[in-house]
Every structure is written in C-alpha cells, then in structure tokens.
Design a protein around this ligand. Sequence first.
Ligand SMILES: [Mn+2]
Length: 385
Amino acid sequence: MSFYKRHAPTLREHDRPRPDFSKYEGQASLDAEARIPSAQWEAECKRNHEFGLPPADSIEDKTEISTFQRGELPHWSGINTFLKVPYLEDVRKVDEYDVAFVGAPFDIGTTYRSGTRFGPQGIRRISSLYTTYNFEMGVDLRESLKMCDVGDIFCPANITKGHDQITKGVAHILSQGTLPLIMGGDHSIGFPCARGVAQVVEGKVGIIHLDRHIDTQEKDMDEIMHTCPWFHATNIPNCPPSNLVQVGIGGWQVPRPGVKVGKMRGTNVLTIQDIESLGIEKTIEIALETAWKGASAVYLSFDVDSLDAGFVPGTGWPEPGGFLPREALAILRGVAKEGIVAMEAVEVAPPYDISDITALVAVRAMVDVLATMVKYDRIGGKLKQ
Ligand SMILES: [Mn+2]
C-alpha cells in the first residue's frame, strides 16, 4: 500500500470544490499559447536541416535536430548573437528587420569599476538561455518580429569619438525604420544614443530613465563620463529636460553637481520611496505623462543598477535599496505599452558578475519591452522620412 493510500485521507479533506483557475493569469496563459502560430519555428527547423544538414540516422525525432547546430537548440551551444537571431553583416540591409540588437561596448566613461565594454558579449551569452516565447504575455517574438543582431558599434578609446560612432550607428538603424535595442556599455552612451534618436525623430523626444543615479552633471573629472549623459542629452533642442523622467533615483551615489543641474533644468525625479508610496501603476502613469508631454517619441534608458545591489553584482556602481527585479520589469513593461523609439540596457559589467545574473536582468528587460510592444502593437513609429 502506498504512502498516500494509508495517510492522505486522514490529513486532508478531498471533497472541497476545485478552485476556479479560469480567473487566473495562469489559465489565460495556457489558453493563449494555442493562438500563437509556429510558422517561423517550423521555417527555422527546415532551414537548419538545409544549412546544417539533416541529423544522423539514429536520431528518432529529426524535426529540431540538424547535424551542425544552426538554430536555438541546444541552448548551451552555438554562436551567440542576442537570442541567436541572425547576425546581419551588411547593416545596409537593416531596413529588412523590425528590430536590431546592437552592442555599444564602451566603458571609458566609468568612474569606478570598468568592465561594461564586455557588456554586449555578456548579455548575448546569457540570452541563449531564453526562448523567444513569454508565457504570461502570450507572445512569441520569433513569430511576431523579424529580428537581427547587427553586432557591435566600433567604439575607440576616446569619449568624443566613441560617442560619435554610437550616435551614427543608432541613427542609422532608426533611420531605416528599425527599432534599435542597444546593449551597453557604460551609461555615458545614453547621450550619444539619445542624440542619434533625436536626429531621426521629427518632434520632441522624451526620455524615461530607470536608475539609482541622477546622471545629469556636465562633466566628471573634466570628461563626459557615465555620470553625465542627461546633461548633454537635454542640451539637444528636441530633447528637453521637461520630458526627462528619472525613476528610482536615490542613495549615496547621487553627485551634488548633477542634483544642481536637475533642479536648475527642471528634470523630473521619482525616488524609490516615491514609487513605494505611489505604487507601480501610478508610477508608470506619471512616467508616461511626463515623457510623452508634447513628444513624438520616447527613448527608454534602463540602468541595471536601478535594481538593489543584491541583484546586480556585475555593475560599476552598485547601490543597496533599489528596485526588486519584478518592480523594475513591471515599470519597463508598463512604459513600453505606449511604444518606445529605442532602448538601451546599460552598466552590465561581466567581470564582476556572478552566474550571469546581472546580464540576465538586462536580457529580461529587453525581451519584456519587446514582447509588450508586440502585445500592444507598438512596433514602429513616426520617423523623419
Ligand atoms: Mn546608475
């Protein structure tokens, strides 16, 4: 006689009504999957057989296996682009894609730990952990979007030249009607990225900035470091400070020069305590209202150090007391509902990371934002012709 047959009837009542799961997201997600097509997955498997040859005879289910790996599986092997999407060598053809992942391996703007020059590679490597499907959102990116990885922008070890390169790269992708998802890099790249966006967008650009740090000082040790992006971005005529909203700022790493600039220019700051009092939904509403005020596009800047230091060991300026991962992700998804023109995930420093968890947060932020935009049909926007 089994354990349960002998013991369970005396420990638990079995005649209670079954809980109604139909009202829960879990059930809705189970239902939603059936409505997602698999055509792109099937096409990929077919292509893998063509390019990678059909598998050995002893492989019983041959559909997903080729001799040479050419697709997503196995997750532990293969050549790592972001999510193993195709590498686009000829960036002149980026217009053929909805989304382009691009690295900005630049870390000479760091003021303490360097290492974010390895951020794009770290993010790409752990992105191989992910499928293209999100359960709760009922979105499969592979089935909804044409995605490519254009590789990295060539960033020489000079701040001005590196920033100029990044601006040119971001503007190129966006001017072709493709959504750039930028993998940093230290946060100084926020300036050249926003500048590239502002060159292409007709009208005002708002900025939603998740961070522990205010990043609004003019210079740091005489250079435009990662403490400075929004001073310079908000000098751009169609990137006004009134449309910059900074979410999660606080602690002991907010340099006073940046605070003075924020006060003088009238940027919009919410601390973690503000967000705790307001709640996530109200925070999202405030961020959207502020960034979108009179703007025709919104740029999203996600600094991984906006999370509590305990979740992001692999970053340059960790600060306790930040977001829980699920809070940051909820805010990112919330602001992505209305669409963004481009996004950066910055300050991943793999040399300090542990088990890739910091890089994974960046991956998660990027794919959550993308899936949200798919779900709300917000891919693509009004750009200069
Ligand atoms: Mn920061």
